[in-house]
Ligand binder design. Structure first.
Ligand code: ADP
Length: 398
């Protein structure tokens, strides 16, 4: 089975053609600067690489056309015709309370997906444009929507309710939704396989630490709490996002610096996090380098991030009444042995302890627990595209 996975943003579109059974990636790439000029990138094993070449992309339709043309190209393509694409899996950021699972995108379902737009005005409309462009070009191919929020719909009300007047939840749908659900779900499944135990019997804390970060408590395979909230701004400090803060700060800073709410949110989304604290970079590699050279603010930024992750591990162990395994994933979690070690430092009393030798690597699936640890610590590279393809294939097979 060949599944095309599409992740459409407002001016870019990532794609991957893969076989969810063999996990083989046939081709992947990226369309950028859609609506501006258009750059096309394509990579397939054993084929000529196309690297950011000019292809006119006034809309997402031309971008998807370029993807399909490349996939069936007689010389560089990987399939004979479009009929060899069995289904398309689309990443959709927000499914609100309407979608607790991935779903076949019928006309009726599309209308419901569009109802979620106000909850993610920067992301969902772009995802929908991508779906519609694909439907036009491939009217007979089944399309599936896979939502970042769906996995977290199992959270109990105590975890998702904000302590605001209840009407803001019941009328306005303001609640914790959580994001990165596709990633948390994927690594939880892999963790169960690595531990050789049914997911239903495991209490897991999954730490997706990348440019955007979130931690999720997964009890019996279900998300029961997560750090991101109504928007992806909440939780631990991130590359440029503040994470949790006292809402009173907003009024104070807006008055003092004469900012409107748009400017304030721009600060919170784009100028805060480890970039804000350090003044150096949002990239953890740059921060490690600066810290090594004695930059104290860079060191503080990384330490504040690690401290916050550690606090949530403690909180989620409390929320679940225990924990069997901690999972590190995404750019920082997969690659930074220093951050992994610092996050779990001091948690030995909980039975969490890693082996420095085993931790000395990057980017692979491994158990890094010390011999005497009672809670396992796992590094699991995330694979959101594969998870989307797996969900898509399952729905199409019925
Ligand atoms: P996104 O949220 O954009 O998908 P990623 O999951 O790709 O982000 O993570 C990107 C982050 O991973 C960057 O901050 C980068 O510095 C960090 N990273 C990648 N490799 C390393 C490494 N070897 N050490 C520390 N951080 C790393």
């Amino acid at each position: 089975m060949n599944i095309l996975v599409i992740n459409a943003g407002s001016s870019s579109l990532k794609y991957q053609l893969l076989n969810p059974e063999t996990e083989e990636v046939l081709a992947k790439g990226l369309c950028e600067r859609i609506g501006i000029d258009g750059k096309f990138t394509y990579k397939a094993p054993g084929k000529e690489k196309i690297d950011a070449v000019d292809v006119a992309m006034p809309t997402h339709a031309e971008a998807i056309k370029a993807v399909l043309d490349a996939l069936v190209d007689p010389k560089n393509g990987v399939i004979g015709s479009m009929d060899e694409i069995d289904a398309v899996g689309h990443r959709v950021v927000h499914g609100g309370e309407k979608f607790a699972k991935s779903v076949l995108l019928t006309d009726e379902v599309m209308a419901t997906v569009e109802e979620c737009n106000p909850l993610a005005p920067l992301h969902n409309p772009a995802n929908i444009i991508g779906i519609k462009a694909c439907q036009q070009l491939m009217p007979n191919t089944p399309m599936v929507g896979v939502f970042d929020t769906a996995f977290h719909q199992t959270m109990p009300p105590v975890a998702y309710i904000y302590a605001l007047p209840y009407e803001y939840y019941s009328e306005d749908k303001v609640r914790r939704y959580g994001f990165h659900g596709t990633s948390h779900k994927y690594v939880a499944g892999r963790a169960a396989a690595m531990l050789g135990k049914p997911l239903e019997e495991l209490k897991l804390i999954s730490c997706h630490l990348g440019n955007g970060s979130s931690i999720t408590a997964i009890n019996g395979g279900k998300s029961v709490d997560t750090t991101m909230g109504f928007t992806p701004l909440a939780g631990v400090p991130m590359g440029t996002r503040s994470g949790d803060l006292d809402a009173g700060i907003l009024e104070y800073l807006m008055t003092k610096h004469n900012m409107d709410i748009k400017e304030m949110l721009n600060v919170l989304n784009k100028k805060s996090g480890v970039l804000g604290i350090s003044g150096v970079s949002s990239d953890f590699r740059d921060l490690d380098e600066a810290a090594e050279k004695g930059n104290e603010r860079a060191a503080l930024a990384v330490e504040a991030f690690e401290y916050s992750v550690r606090k949530y591990i403690g909180a989620y162990a409390a929320a679940m009444g225990g924990v069997d395994a901690i999972i590190f994933t995404a750019g920082v979690g997969e690659n930074s042995k220093g951050t992994r070690a610092n996050v779990v430092k001091g948690l030995e009393y909980m039975g969490i302890k890693i082996d420095a030798e085993k931790n000395n690597f990057r980017g692979e699936e491994r158990d890094i627990s010390a011999a005497d640890a009672t809670v396992r610590t796992l590094v699991i590279p995330t694979n959101e595209e594969l998870m989307i393809a797996m969900d898509t294939a399952a729905l199409v097979r019925g």
